[in-house]
Structures are given as structure tokens and as C-alpha cells.
Design a binder for this molecule. Structure first.
Ligand code: HSE
Length: 342
């Protein structure tokens, strides 16, 4: 069945998804019999465009580049109205991440799932603050709530553990979960200033709308919370994760690490010891021989300690327009192929 997709939010990730869908349209049809129409797009800056038979995406991308708003097929709907009134059967919730309380994205997801519309999102807010509630609502309504893009962009982590690794128990997780800070630390080691490196990360589409979330460690804190709750079945509260970002690291610290054959990394960890959950995000100076020390630029890595396979490490891109756009595509294809991941 052809998917009818509505995009809530038309920033970096949504535009990345559109680029992929435009470039791979024929390949997706040929290889997976996958067909789609993007019927609605709502964005706080560009307005709302709707065509129940499918929007002309190339045209809309051109319109926002030239006019900073949608010109054709416009309707006066906000996000909730777009979810309710459009004929979309899948909502891609791609609005900005709010790490205070996850809103308004939680409300968007709730509205869509209540109407029996699938939700695919890379927004960490709903996954951090309402994952259990929203996935319960999705199950009740026989639709999917898929969040692969919330951790390590399109590098499969959640779907891998829920899919091929089903049956395994994850005992702990430790890794580098933020692309922006890893990129900044790599560039600072090459001699670039912190500010220039951050600007570059923003240009490359790695940083959050508010990069404070990256550099103060909140984004990694959100991701380790998601891994704990979704993959380790814990009940970790975002605010219970100890967190320190990279803003206190100076060029002198970077040089000192270099002299000691080491490297600074922003490391996120979660582990259950007895009844206690220990979770933290903090800079660690790792010897170059440590597996995480070789993870550079926007690449991320996570090592899971498991009961049946020992250590399993996943390494891959952690951020980026196309990389996160792909995460959304992979969840759309899971729905299309009726993969019962979770
Ligand atoms: N700002 C995030 C990062 C984007 O740098 O990792 C991907 O979640």
C-alpha cells in the first residue's frame, strides 16, 4: 500500500528525508515495492502545504529556498490540525527537540497515535519523556511508534537490538552518542578553535537547533536515557543522569591529552548495579589504545555488554542531514514491510 506521509517540521532531517526519497524513488519501488506520497508538511517557519494526492516536493524545497515559506498548496493549519485533517496515515514528527518536557511533540505523537496513524520520529523529547506511554498507545491502536533516528542517526541501534538481537539482555551501555561534540573535540585536536569547530558542526547540520543541548551534554543524556529505557527496560529518569558537557575543556586540556597519548571524549554510560541505575555523561580522557579513542568527527559508537554475546559494539555516523533522514526512511520501510520490531 502506498504510504501517505505528513511531515511535522521541515528542518534538516525532514529535508534530508525528502532528498533521499526523491533520489531513490525508483530504486525503492523496484527493490521494496515501496511507494509514497508526502501529502502534508507543517513547519513553524514555512507554514503548511497540503495536497491529498501528494505534494510536489522539489517545488516546495525550491519555494523555501527562494521565499522562506511555502507558496503553493498552502492551508491555514497548525501541526495538530495537519495531523487530524490531512489524509496521512503516517506522521513523521520532525520538529525541534525540547528537553525540558518534550512538548509540543509529545502531544503531536499522542494525537496521531490516537487517530491510528503511525508515528516515526527522530525527536528525542517524546522518546525521553513519554516513550512507555506512547508505545502503549501505539500498541492499543495497532500502529507503530518508531524512533530509530533518536540515537546515532541512521546507524541501526534500537532496531538492531529489537530485531536481530531480540532475546539478548543488555547489561550496560557505554559510548559516544553526540556527533557535534565529538566533531568539535576532533577539530580542536587538529588546532581549530572551539567556536570555529562549533560553527562548522552547525553548518554541517550536526548541531541541535540550540547547540547548548550538544555542548552541555544534554543530547547525549537524552540518548543514554532512551537506550536505558527502550533497550534495557529500565525506568531511568532524564534528570537522574549525571551530566557534564565539554564546555569546560580548554585547548590546554586537549594538548595535555595529546602529550599523554590520550584523547578527550564525551562518554555516556548506563549500568544497573543491584537495584541502582548508574547513568552519566562526562568528558573522559581515554588512552589512544581505548576502542572509543579512535572514533572521530561526527562518528558515534556504543558498546553493549550482553548476557549471550559478550560485548557488542556499533560504530557509525551519529548525526547529519542524510544520515538522520535515512533513519526515518528505515522506519518507514519497516512499517511498509510489516517488520514487527516493537
Ligand atoms: N545534535 C545531535 C548530535 C544530532 O550532534 O549528535 C543527532 O542526534
Amino acid at each position: 500500500m502506498k504510504q501517505r506521509i505528513a511531515l511535522i517540521g521541515f528542518g534538516t532531517v525532514a529535508q534530508g528525508l525528502c532528498e533521499i526519497l526523491l533520489n531513490k524513488k525508483n530504486e525503492l519501488k523496484k527493490n521494496y515495492n515501496y511507494e509514497f506520497d508526502i501529502v502534508a508538511i507543517n513547519d513553524i517557519k514555512y507554514g503548511t502545504a497540503y495536497n491529498p494526492k501528494g505534494l510536489n516536493i522539489k517545488n516546495l524545497l525550491k519555494e523555501i529556498n527562494e521565499h522562506r515559506k511555502f507558496i503553493s498548496n498552502t492551508v491555514k493549519w497548525d501541526a495538530i490540525q495537519t495531523i487530524k485533517k490531512s489524509n496521512a496515515n503516517i506522521i513523521c514528527e520532525l520538529s525541534y527537540t525540547n528537553l525540558i518536557d518534550g512538548q509540543p511533540a509529545i502531544e503531536y505523537c499522542k494525537t496521531a497515535l490516537s487517530l491510528k496513524k503511525h508515528v516515526v520520529t527522530s525527536n528525542k523529547g517524546p522518546a525521553v519523556f513519554a516513550y512507555k506511554k506512547l508505545s502503549k498507545l501505539a500498541k492499543k491502536n495497532n500502529v507503530k511508534f518508531l524512533i530509530e533516528g533518536t540515537v546515532m542517526s541512521g546507524t541501526p541501534v534500537l532496531n538492531l537490538v529489537k530485531g536481530p538481537l531480540a532475546g539478548i539482555k543488555i547489561l550496560s551501555a557505554k559510548g559516544i552518542l553526540n556527533g557535534t561534540t565529538n566533531f568539535i573535540l576532533t577539530k580542536m585536536e587538529e588546532g581549530m578553535s572551539y567556536n570555529d569547530a562549533l560553527l562548522e558542526a552547525q553548518k554541517l547540520g550536526y548541531a541541535e537547533a540550540d547547540p547548548t543541548n550538544d555542548v552541555e551534554g544534554y543530547d547525549a543524556k537524552a540518548k543514554i536515557t532512551i537506550l536505558a529505557n527502550v533497550l534495557m527496560n529500565l525506568n531511568l529518569k532524564f534528570h537522574d543522569v549525571q551530566c557534564e558537557g565539554i564546555t569546560k575543556l580548554t585547548q590546554l586540556d586537549i594538548e595535555e591529552a595529546k602529550r599523554n597519548n590520550a584523547r578527550w571524549k564525551l562518554v555516556a554510560t548506563v549500568e544497573k548495579i543491584g537495584d541502582e541505575i548508574k547513568a552519566s555523561v562526562k568528558p573522559e580522557m581515554l588512552p589512544l589504545s581505548h576502542p572509543l579513542a579512535g572514533v572521530l568527527e561526527s562518528t558515534n559508537a556504543i558498546t553493549f555488554k550482553t548476557d549471550l554475546l559478550g560485548d557488542v559494539t556499533i560504530v557509525g555516523k551519529g548525526a547529519g542531514k542524510i544520515e538522520t533522514g535515512f533513519a526515518i526512511l528505515s522506519d518507514l520501510l519497516s512499517i511498509h514491510m510489516h517488520k514487527n520490531l516493537y
